[in-house]
Design a protein around this ligand. Structure first.
Ligand SMILES: Cc1cc2nc3c(=O)[nH]c(=O)nc-3n(C[C@H](O)[C@H](O)[C@H](O)COP(=O)(O)OP(=O)(O)OC[C@H]3O[C@@H](n4cnc5c(N)ncnc54)[C@H](O)[C@@H]3O)c2cc1C
Length: 276
């Protein structure tokens, strides 16, 4: 268990109330001693200042912070400026992504795919940053084919990534197979499962539809049957996600990355059940 690492993901709050809520969530999760906390970034730079503010505050609290950085819609110049701000703030860990263009924002910018961003970060900053990239055990929704997606992932890692965090999934076999396929390409970076706690049926189904994560039919059916009974949804969700984490940990995953959605409760409950 010693060298497994655990990390938490937040999104940058948009209001003073959200900032306070996030501080409270961090205070509850800090005793779990995460290796780092990552903070998402809106594609097209929509949350740029919020991401910067949040990571600097996290670093000041003595926890390693990793900003996400998406490149779609950006110029080299603007990415260079953001990287410099992070370096000035003593940030040494980054999650490099393509991102998705928000609808209505037209320009693709100077980067097309995440591998180009990884290459750029390495060329500009050498070994300063520990670079994470995204992985998709159930394949990226826009991928031409599973094979193509795998090749793209491998290319992205070879561009200079140190490790990867997966999209969330509830089918452990998809993850194991993905890791085997990556290893067969001679790529051995850690691939940390992204874990999405289940607390809200309609939100989960909406997210999953968008990002291409499959909610197994039996899980969806059970969740749906609980209707507005949030307690039953939480209790069942806790069982499902804890069992998934147990299976992953037993198989020797390098760590777990929790998508907290800025709330401490569900992540803490899973943690306690896992007796970590
Ligand atoms: C851990 C994690 C964190 C995330 N955080 C954020 C965030 O903070 N902000 C945000 O906006 N989004 C975030 N996302 C969502 C992510 O931005 C989207 O899934 C996006 O659609 C793809 O980003 P990527 O970096 O995986 O893209 P890429 O790796 O560039 O892949 C995108 C698609 O293009 C294909 N592709 C890749 N390279 C090439 C190539 N050279 N030629 C042709 N095709 C190629 C791939 O197969 C895939 O289908 C996150 C996702 C994950 C899993």
């Amino acid at each position: 268990m010693q060298d497994r690492y655990f990390s938490f993901e937040f999104f940058p709050p948009k209001t003073a109330e959200g900032t306070e809520k996030l501080r409270n969530t961090r205070a509850q999760l800090a005793p779990l001693k995460p290796k780092y906390i990552s903070v998402t970034f809106g594609a097209g730079g929509t949350t740029q200042q919020g991401t910067l503010d949040a990571v600097l505050e996290i670093q000041r609290e003595g926890i390693e912070a990793a900003p996400h950085l998406s490149c779609v819609g950006s110029s080299r110049e603007s990415i260079r400026a953001i990287l410099q701000q992070y370096r000035d703030g003593g940030i040494r860990h980054i999650v490099a992504l393509r991102g998705d263009m928000p609808s209505g924002m037209g320009e693709i910018g100077e980067f097309r795919y995440a591998n180009e961003l990884v290459e750029f970060i390495r060329a500009e900053t050498g070994d300063w940053f520990n670079i994470e990239v995204a992985a998709y055990p159930e394949y990226h929704p826009q991928a031409k084919s599973p094979r193509h997606d795998l090749d793209n992932f491998v290319r992205k890692v070879k561009a200079g990534a140190d490790s990867a965090i997966t999209q969330y999934f509830y089918n452990a076999d998809a993850y194991f197979r993905f890791v085997d396929d990556v290893r067969a390409q001679g790529v051995d970076v850690p691939i940390v499962p992204g874990i999405m706690p289940i607390t809200n049926y309609s939100q989960l189904m909406r997210f999953s539809e968008m990002c291409g994560a499959e909610v197994p039919r039996w899980v969806a059916k059970r969740l749906e049957s609980f209707g507005d009974d949030r307690e039953s949804i939480r209790a069942f969700g806790l069982d499902v996600v804890t069992a998934l984490c147990e299976r992953l940990l037993a198989a020797g995953v390098p760590g777990l990355h929790f998508y907290t959605l800025n709330a401490a409760g569900a992540t803490k409950a899973i943690w306690q059940r896992l007796k970590l």
